[in-house]
Design a protein around this ligand. Structure first.
Ligand SMILES: *[C@@H]1O[C@H](CO)[C@@H](O)[C@H](O)[C@H]1NC(C)=O
Ligand SMILES: *[C@@H]1O[C@H](CO)[C@@H](O)[C@H](O)[C@H]1NC(C)=O
Ligand SMILES: *[C@@H]1O[C@H](CO)[C@@H](O)[C@H](O)[C@H]1NC(C)=O
Ligand SMILES: *[C@@H]1O[C@H](CO)[C@@H](O)[C@H](O)[C@H]1NC(C)=O
Ligand SMILES: *[C@@H]1O[C@H](CO)[C@@H](O)[C@H](O)[C@H]1NC(C)=O
Length: 627
């Protein structure tokens, strides 16, 4: 059983101009006598095996170690493989991985017996692959800690019933900032905030709008920096109440909203607490400028808590920036206090990376555009080393120019943009591939007298420059695969397709002979030859020659084929009956895909050429049509 596999790979091309013209073209077409035709279509680039898999670990700007004995930092770089070698840098210097202190597991850095502040700082991993290296965005390691509370006895607070008062938490230094709670009496009872009581989430202080006799007792503040971290309790503060009466008063704000500097994406809280009696109403408002009278709506995701004393702004954006006022009012008066939110934006690259064919001797300039809160720095890396202006490289702020390109300049250039709040990066590649014939020309190859013949070849090169074909010693056609696609033809019956395949119109006996294709670019050349035999065919039309196939919805396609159905049958019949017939007319129709789509074709003989395993089979839609 004979068959032909035609594999068409359709790719969405999203590349630079230099590439779109056909870089990395791989084409192969074989003509043989088919009995069945199988057409397989690969739909998108996801299944195409390519170098540089996606980022493995999401980059974390800050990692907090909660255990004093261990921290682990993942190496968030792209293009890792089993042969990748790793190195770590701390605050810009190579880290010596002494075995007692560090362990490297698949690129991940494990640190033991943490010490603060020695082990805190900026960590970056460097991943070395066969021919390039990449440095990761910085990760800041912080070690969670809490100093002990001062154990000195706290002075009692004496208050008169009806007075406003506050008990200080006086928490010791700690990181990260956590939650505060208060406990009272023995056994300990949790103090629940209400319209009269409020706990500041900035420093843990406990506020009472007015004192009641039940407030007397011993109070202790609890600090919990994190759910995985042990909590700590302050020494008790005792509150002694003297009897009195609550006096009516207009509001006076005792805890004001502040100026808050946040980073985009953070959750911000603003608090406002007053001493009004009767109890006041709290209303939060927002405006763009201090003096502006026009009010803006609060961000849509804003939340009010603790009897409206707490305004929570989750996931702040740049446009959450502005003035937030708390207005408190009771029957006796009102008061308004202004807080301010400034949202800082981490550095973010806004331009895409590029992949450009390298052209010897030329200069190339990579440019990055970015946004974020100034000041921002741009750092260029080549193989994980910072690039500085020299004879070879010219750095001007957001651009890097590599001058007088050599083959060794191929590879990736990494650009990192940073500010105080974050970092981002983008890659620019210079691609250079020496020409190679991917699959040798099939030999022998047959053309039918009076028909058109195509001799195709699978090649790769970047940048692709010239493909030329010789018949014997005579050059018959050549094409420059640059932007101009200049085709030079010597014999009017011979032409080249846009893929660089040889097309012979109306084959004559003279076309028989040795054909040699040479693919050359600046970096070298590759050649392949084969012999073309011209044969005559019987006249009778045998079998169905035209197989229209429609595959998929958005797969522009096409097809075609046929070729030498007749040849096989004819050869078989000729042998059997020794009778000569004139040529049949097998048709070949290739419908082109859309303009912006590259198109790759592979044709295999199913029991002669193994199907290329690279492609996998999952996304393959196969249709078989028996001839
Ligand atoms: C507070 O604690 C002190 C010392 O432990 C104790 O003498 C006092 O009675 C306590 N006060 C109250 C109201 O429980
Ligand atoms: C509280 O007010 C009541 C009446 O309004 C009065 O009888 C009492 O003496 C006042 N107590 C104090 C401690 O001022
Ligand atoms: C490349 O840049 C260098 C230095 O900026 C300049 O001297 C040279 O003329 C440039 N070469 C080309 C081909 O533009
Ligand atoms: C050969 O190709 C020419 C031009 O490409 C076309 O006009 C002609 O019909 C083709 N001949 C056959 C037999 O397919
Ligand atoms: C050669 O083929 C190209 C398209 O591939 C066509 O535009 C051109 O007219 C052909 N030249 C000749 C001489 O047939």
């Amino acid at each position: 059983m004979w068959g032909i596999f035609l594999i068409i790979r359709k790719q969405n091309v999203n590349r630079t101009k230099g590439q779109a013209m056909g870089f990395h073209f791989r084409l192969l077409l074989l003509f043989l006598s088919p009995v069945s035709v199988t057409v397989a279509v690969y739909r998108d680039s996801a299944d195409v095996p390519r170098l540089g898999p996606p980022i493995v670990d999401a980059h974390q700007r800050e990692i907090i170690a909660f255990r004093p004995d261990f921290a682990s930092l993942p190496c968030a770089v792209r293009g890792r493989s089993s042969t990748t070698a790793y190195e770590w840098r701390k605050d810009g210097h190579g880290l010596i991985l002494t075995p007692a202190k560090y362990r490297l597991v698949d690129g991940e850095l494990q640190i033991f017996s943490l010490k603060r502040p020695e082990d805190e700082g900026k960590y970056q991993c460097v991943a070395y692959n066969e021919d390039d290296a990449e440095i990761s965005l910085p990760t800041y390691l912080r070690i969670a800690y809490m100093e002990p509370f001062e154990r000195t006895v706290r002075l009692p607070i004496v208050v008169t019933e009806g007075d406003t008062f506050r008990i200080r938490c006086d928490a010791p230094d700690h990181y990260p900032l956590g939650a505060y709670s208060w406990y009272k009496g023995f056994p300990l009872q949790r103090v629940e905030p209400d319209e009269r009581i409020f706990i500041s989430n900035k420093n843990g202080d406990l506020f009472f709008r007015y004192a009641t006799l039940q407030d007397s007792g011993n109070y202790s503040c609890e600090v919990a920096p994190h759910m995985y971290y042990p909590t700590a309790h302050s020494p008790a503060t005792s509150v002694i109440l003297r009897s009195g009466n609550v006096t009516s008063r207009p509001p006076h704000v005792v805890l004001s909203p502040e100026v808050v500097h946040a980073v985009e994406g953070q959750t911000v809280t603003m608090q406002c607490f007053d001493d009004a009696y009767p109890v006041s109403e709290t209303v939060w408002k927002r405006r763009a400028r201090r003096e502006a009278s026009d009010e803006l709506p609060l961000p849509e995701n804003a939340v009010l808590q603790s009897n409206d004393h707490l305004l929570i702004l989750p996931d702040v954006r740049r446009d959450s920036d502005g003035y937030y006022s708390c207005e408190v009012e009771n029957t006796l008066g009102r008061m308004s206090i202004l807080g301010r939110l400034t949202v800082n934006v981490p550095a973010k690259v806004t331009s895409p990376g590029t992949e450009t064919p390298l052209r010897l001797g030329e200069n190339i300039t990579f440019k990055v555009t970015f946004e974020g809160t100034p000041p921002m720095t741009v750092t260029w890396y080549r193989n994980a080393n910072e690039v500085v202006t020299s004879g070879k490289y010219v750095i001007k702020g957001d651009t890097l120019t590599v001058t007088d390109l050599r083959f060794t300049d191929r590879g990736r250039y990494q650009c990192m943009v940073q500010n105080e709040y974050g970092a981002d990066q983008v890659f620019f590649s210079l691609v250079a591939v020496e020409p190679a014939i991917v699959t040798p020309l099939q030999d022998p190859q047959t053309a039918i007298l009076g028909e058109n013949a195509t001799v195709s070849v699978s090649w790769e090169a970047s940048p692709p420059l010239t493909i030329s074909w010789r018949h014997g010693d005579t050059t018959v056609a050549s094409v420059n695969m640059d932007d101009t696609q200049t085709v030079t033809i010597i014999n009017p019956r011979i032409n080249l397709t846009k893929e660089g395949w040889l097309f012979i119109n109306d084959v004559t006996p003279d076309d028989e002979g040795e054909y040699t294709v040479t693919v050359s670019n600046q970096f070298g050349q590759a050649q392949a030859s084969n012999h073309l035999t011209v044969i005559a065919l019987p006249t009778e039309k045998l079998g169905t020659n035209n197989i229209p196939l429609v595959i998929g919805v958005n797969v522009a396609i096409a097809v075609v084929i046929i070729v030498g159905v007749a040849v096989a049958v004819w050869i078989i019949r000729k042998r059997r009956r020794d009778r000569v017939r004139s040529p049949a007319r097998p048709d070949a129709v290739i419908l082109r895909p859309g303009r912006d789509e590259a198109f790759r074709v592979r044709l295999y003989i199913d029991d002669k050429v193994p199907v290329n395993e690279d492609f996998g089979t999952e996304d393959t839609q196969a249709l078989t049509a028996d001839l």
